[in-house]
Design a binder for this molecule. Structure first.
Ligand SMILES: [Zn+2]
Length: 169
């Protein structure tokens, strides 16, 4: 088992569901084809919590579940296994979603003018909104001035470039 792979799987599980998911993910890597009950006893988590995490990870195709008969008790149980090859795909999909959101935001910033009165607690307004209010802040009454969003646009462009480079890797 490669360590860096294990880290990615556990990290992704943690991003989705927090510390409980991290424990479940680690238990899955330590014990391939474990059942709900085995994971519960390995993690010390309640069986309900373990199942919730497992079904969630299963729903996201990050683990597989095989239904097998428990030889001792006769009923069916699921044996769970981490789908480590799906982890990278999951991360790529998340990155693409973030990238799209950033691009939309940049597009919005590039195609709109923004106005602000200088009072930190007041809202930033679009040109249309500022015009409707005769360039006077409807909250505090001060004049609405054109806001320079060049810095924000620069940081958005920088972040987009970074994500695009990571996606190419
Ligand atoms: Zn104001």
């Amino acid at each position: 088992m490669k360590i860096e792979y294990e880290d990615t799987f556990v990290k992704v599980a943690g991003l989705i569901g927090g510390p409980d998911y991290v424990r479940v993910a680690r238990a899955l890597l330590n014990n391939e084809n474990a059942t709900d009950e085995e994971i519960a006893s390995a993690t010390g988590l309640k069986i309900k919590t373990v199942r919730k995490a497992l079904y969630d990870l299963f729903g996201r195709s990050l683990i597989t579940g095989v239904r097998v008969r428990d030889p001792k008790r006769g009923w069916f149980v699921y044996r769970w296994k981490a789908q480590r090859d799906q982890t990278d795909g999951f991360i790529q999909t998340q990155r693409k979603k973030v990238l799209n959101r950033l691009k939309q935001r940049l597009d919005y910033e590039e195609t709109h003018e923004f106005y602000h009165c200088g009072t930190p607690t007041c809202l930033t307004r679009t040109f249309e909104d500022a015009m409707e209010n005769f360039f006077k802040c409807p909250t505090c009454g001060k004049a609405l001035n054109r806001q320079d969003n060049a810095e924000l646009k620069d940081s958005l462009r920088w972040k987009i470039k970074q994500l695009e480079e990571e996606l190419v890797k």
